[in-house]
Ligand binder design. Structure first.
Ligand SMILES: [Zn+2]
Length: 133
């Protein structure tokens, strides 16, 4: 059988010795729909949670938790991408600043020019005077 089941057997050697081929077949059919890589993480989690060989029911509960977490992460990533695209489109409609060349919400009071001033970037003039001095 798959490595995740071997992992469970290795974690519970006493219980593994009592498993019949029928029982192994039950686990195999019950988790045939779950990717082996995910089942490996599920098995590792089951070993952390309980000192007993996990039942099909316990493993199913962990599979459901992992699927929910994966769905949430996917939904978050999708929302973040949609927000970035919305902001990119908004910026593309802004006028271009003559000083820094960025699309800016205000040419008169450019926040990107203000950022550079705040970072205290030395101007070319200051650098030259330092060399001369
Ligand atoms: Zn600017």
């Amino acid at each position: 059988m798959t490595t995740w089941f071997e992992y469970l057997k290795a974690a519970h050697p006493a219980a593994a010795g009592k498993l019949t081929t029928d029982t192994v077949a039950v686990y195999e059919t019950q988790f045939a729909d779950v990717a082996p890589a995910r089942m490996m993480r599920v098995a590792a989690e089951a070993v952390r949670r309980s000192k007993w060989f996990p039942s099909v029911n316990e493993l199913r509960a962990i599979v459901a938790e992992f699927e929910e977490a994966a769905d949430l992460a996917e939904a978050r990533a999708w929302r973040a991408a949609a927000e970035r695209e919305k902001q990119r489109r908004e910026r593309a409609g802004w006028p271009v600043c003559d000083t820094c060349g960025e699309h800016t919400p205000s040419v008169e009071d450019c926040p990107f020019c203000a950022d550079m001033a705040e970072m205290d970037m030395p101007t070319m003039y200051e650098e030259l005077t330092e060399v001369v001095a």
